[in-house]
Design a binder for this molecule. Structure first.
Ligand SMILES: [Fe+2]
Length: 237
């Protein structure tokens, strides 16, 4: 039965791509004929699940999540990915972690405000907020399994146009999405202040070690992520 929240949109089955790390490759219908892929990562610690860039799943997908652990926490890494947060907060009583700012999804407000000093709610992980973006955005680095960098719209690994509509595929190729560990072209434009540059933020991220990157769009990149982001930064800036 329909409820008052945005419905689940088509997605793949959750896949455990690292120990205690689930990856869900889904989709988002932006407009008629324009559907792009959209990813969620789920981290498990002590039986609790933290949903990174939350995406509502089908009843079967949601059951798989609940079998995996207790849906406890939502971590919003970017201001444009809050569509399904009200559902998870109301349905599961999940606590929302988010930076301040961003008007796209202002409700519910975060229970925990993420800033430079915020400790991650599980070990061997750290938030790295962008300092120069117009609206707050951050990445989350898991310092294990070679380093897993979780991003929202800032870093997107595009190896294919999976779960994109025909029109979206054309746009992805036309506007330069199709690169490994790419910087989202629309995001970069939107988030750069007049006369400013986000290069220092990406250089700061590159001071850390990571082999893998998973953003909210594109696919999960397993291996070679830091070198790919280095190449992206050199190409883009
Ligand atoms: Fe996005």
């Amino acid at each position: 039965m329909a409820d008052k929240y945005p419905a689940a949109q088509p997605h793949d089955d959750p896949v455990e791509i690292f120990p205690d790390v689930l990856y869900v490759h889904g989709s988002f219908r932006m407009a008629p004929g324009m559907t792009i892929n959209r990813n969620m990562v789920v981290l498990r610690h002590d039986g609790e699940l933290s949903l990174i860039n939350p995406v509502r799943l089908s009843p079967a997908g949601e059951k798989a999540l609940q079998d995996y652990g207790e849906i406890t926490r939502l971590i919003r890494l970017g201001p444009m990915h809050g569509l399904d947060d009200p559902y998870y907060v109301d349905r599961f009583g999940a606590e929302l972690w988010s930076q301040e700012g961003g008007t796209e999804y202002a409700d519910p407000p975060p229970l925990v405000v993420i800033d430079e000093s915020t400790e991650a709610p599980f070990p061997s992980a750290k938030f790295i907020p962008f300092r120069e973006t117009k609206i707050p955005e951050c990445v989350l680095l898991l310092e294990r399994d070679g380093g897993i960098l979780l991003s929202c719209d800032s870093i997107q690994h595009w190896a294919s146009t999976s779960r994109c509509s025909l029109l979206a595929k054309a746009v992805c190729y036309a506007v330069g999405f199709m690169h490994p560990a790419n910087i989202g072209p629309f995001w970069l434009k939107l988030m750069t202040k007049p006369g400013g540059s986000l290069k220092p933020d990406f250089e700061r991220i590159l001071e850390h070690d990571f082999e893998h990157v998973i953003g909210a769009h594109g696919q999960a990149m397993q291996g070679g992520a830091k070198a790919a982001l280095r190449a992206t930064v050199d190409r883009v800036f």
